[in-house]
Design a protein around this ligand. Structure first.
Ligand SMILES: NC(=O)c1ccc[n+]([C@@H]2O[C@H](COP(=O)([O-])OP(=O)(O)OC[C@H]3O[C@@H](n4cnc5c(N)ncnc54)[C@H](O)[C@@H]3O)[C@@H](O)[C@H]2O)c1
Length: 284
């Protein structure tokens, strides 16, 4: 089956990023947001990103217009009916994702692949609420999707080999490198990354070093492009907390137990860049 039209559900950080990647790679994209405001904000973000690329000389005006014309932002889920592959990028909550998979299963053609961008949740539990568990898999892009080279492909126990191959074809057509990972919490990258990020919050909370010094230490000492507290702000503290909760629920390892400060910051809606404040202040 040739994948031509991609549906993306969710217009947050990852939905917007994946829509841009897919459209830039020649796919028709239908992005579904729950509200017109969300859909318009996503389109405004895409326009701004394309304008930045034109300014930097990476693409010309014609190419930017072509990419923009491939993206249709909608609010009704039914508009995804003609998509060959739908990738959901909504909030990291299993019950919410399962409700969406039930709806997608009803709306999309039986041949469509339904995929999740989850960072940690069991793909099989989304697959099993549909009538097509063999056509569901995880396609885990990284943030920011247009810049990051890697995608983790996550076949559930139910995913067919054909569907995995088609998902790999899509990822490679997007210019990304795919690694295949078993359906267990955190896959490879987040299983290794999140204990580190969590421990950075613990060090900060214990007053071992200041925010700036913790970030400077890991950039200068390990050559990481970003410090851990900056990275948490980029990922989103709510998403980070959900990832740690899922890792802890699966493995019960102390390193996955979320630092209390992280939970308090989420309660205070200090979610990082997306709310204008996290460990850093982005309001100015
Ligand atoms: N942020 C990252 O670094 C990152 C990286 C890779 C994968 N992911 C995964 O991508 C998914 C989305 O994360 P994000 O960072 O884009 O989050 P985000 O907070 O930026 O966006 C979440 C989106 O979900 C929508 N949403 C919230 N509640 C909903 C509901 N009840 N029903 C339908 N839609 C709802 C919101 O309106 C928003 O569009 C998550 O599964 C996350 O684990 C995130």
């Amino acid at each position: 089956m040739a994948i031509k039209r991609i549906g993306v559900v969710g217009s947050g950080i990852m939905g917007a990023g994946v829509a841009e990647v897919a459209a830039s790679s020649g796919f028709e994209v239908v992005l579904r947001s729950r509200s017109r405001t969300g859909a318009d904000a996503m389109l405004a973000g895409l326009d701004a990103s394309l304008a930045r690329q034109v300014k930097k000389g990476r693409i010309d005006d014609d190419r930017a217009a072509e990419v923009r014309a491939r993206v249709n932002a909608v609010t009704a889920l039914d508009e995804l009916a003609a998509c060959d592959l739908v990738l959901e990028s909504i909030v990291e909550d299993l019950a919410t994702k399962q409700d969406l998979f039930r709806d997608l299963d009803r709306v999309c053609t039986p041949s469509a692949i339904l995929a999740t961008n989850t960072s940690t949740l069991p793909v099989v539990e989304m697959a099993m609420v549909t009538q097509r568990p063999e056509r569901v898999c995880g396609i885990h892009f990284f943030n920011p999707a247009p810049a990051m080279a890697l995608v983790e492909l996550v076949p559930a126990l139910t995913t067919s080999d054909d569907v995995l191959a088609e998902a790999r074809g899509f990822v490679e057509a997007c210019g990304k490198t795919a690694v295949t990972v078993k359906d267990q919490a955190g896959f490879v990258v987040n299983a290794l990354l999140f204990p580190y990020l969590n421990n950075a919050v613990r060090l900060f909370d214990a007053g071992v070093a200041s925010r700036d010094d913790i970030d400077a230490a890991m950039k200068g000492g390990c050559n990481f492009p970003m410090g851990p507290l900056e990275l948490l702000d980029l990922v989103g503290l709510d998403t980070s907390l959900a990832i740690l909760d899922a890792l802890y629920a699966e493995f019960h390892e102390p390193n996955f137990a979320p630092a209390p400060l992280l939970r308090r910051m989420v309660a205070a809606q200090r979610l990082g860049r997306k709310t204008g404040a996290g460990f850093y202040d982005y309001s100015r």
